[in-house]
Design a protein around this ligand. Sequence first.
Ligand code: HEC
Ligand code: HEC
Length: 412
Amino acid sequence: MFRPVVTASVLPFIGRRIRRSCALWGVLAAAAVSACAQDTGDSINEFADAGMADTQVSQEYAWLELPPGFPLPAIPDDNPLTPEKAELGRYLFYDTRLSANQTMSCASCHLQELAFTDGRPQGLGSTGEFHPRSSMSLVNVGYLSTLTWSNPLMTSLEYQALLPLFGRSPVELGMADQEAELFRRLGESEYADLFEQAFPGETPAISLLHVTQALASFQRTIISGNSPFDRYMQGDVGALSASALRGLELFFSERAECFHCHGGFTFTDSVDHAGVGQAARPFHNTGLYNLDGNGAYPEDNQGILEVTGRAEDMGAFRAPTLRNIAVTAPYMHDGSIADLNAVIDHYAAGGRTISEGEYAGVGSESPFRSPLVRGFVLSESERADLIAFLESLTDETLLTDPRFSNPFVESP
Ligand code: HEC
Ligand code: HEC
């Protein structure tokens, strides 16, 4: 059961402040959602219902320390989640022996202190090649229905790990054709025990399958749900400033519309977890580009069109989580927006206008822009409120939690 996270005495208090904010009710209680149904339309209610699927978080997973109200991530039947596997995955995630030239690990582009992003507009691989897209936060990845910015077919963390390891275009860790070398390195190291504990009795213990299963298991444990916003939702009414509370109301309003695509406990509408049947796989064009007046995006980043081949999918990307958004600049799939203020300009204008250069175009006139990105007017103080709310989504404990830190570095 997706447990309501707010005690009865706090519910009316929050209800008074955000009574029209139905998406938020999605993380509160089923009864409240149905009460909201008329305001927000079906999609958000379906989404909220999905968040409340009947999920029994058993004692078996107590070690995950799920935040109040969080369901169990979706765990594949053939890769049960255990602390031993997650721990092995943590070593692998931070190990530069996983790159051909031994200069980089997963963590080189996914830094814990930046909520597992890298601060760059675009990822930079171990041989100096740039990725067309920006590195993504890994918090709550176990709850996503699709992975990466724009691939509706990428639904498995186990499979996703193969891309940075072996991808040739672009090269990230550069291990293509280096499998034998990878196993030589792992075999010579302290890994024998870690693999044996993670995959007891399985031979060979050290295999590519197990490498990907361990990496996926570690990532499923990177769960972020201890921000001031969460503490507020759990009943600590002083956890949010008055400004952040006004920003919360804006975020969940029909004026700003943010919650439609960034709603629910993960702050994205791409959500899957234990108990969800068929997860939705939504993608949206936010009007970031309109190169030719017909909605074109730059050639190397056209969204899911590259996978589906459908013209109307031009510029459609997955909504990223907004948890920890204050520490994950620069923004958007290509890192082309520098700060949160400029992100709000983009949405307020109903799509970005680029006035000159090779990317010039009026995003708000794109035929593919989502109807939810309509533009709105905010006063200066409302803008500050919205930013204060976004900043309240930073989970400081996550950024330093020793469970997710580099195991090769002695903690002080
Ligand atoms: C060179 C930098 C780089 C390295 C190294 C790297 N990543 Fe990434 N990561 C990225 C970029 C860029 C994206 C976005 C990819 C895309 O949209 O195609 C990404 C996306 C992801 C995602 C999807 C997250 C989401 O929200 O959907 C996961 C999971 C992930 N990486 C895991 C890993 C793992 C595991 C490793 C190590 C085996 C790794 N990454 C190594 C740059 C990197
Ligand atoms: C129609 C769905 C939709 C709506 C409405 C929407 N977003 Fe987004 N948001 C997205 C998508 C999709 C992306 C990624 C777009 C891209 O990279 O091209 C995104 C990206 C972002 C990013 C950058 C995240 C990152 O990791 O780089 C921020 C911040 C953001 N949105 C905030 C907001 C705020 C604040 C609002 C309300 C004013 C809002 N969004 C409304 C879908 C939406």
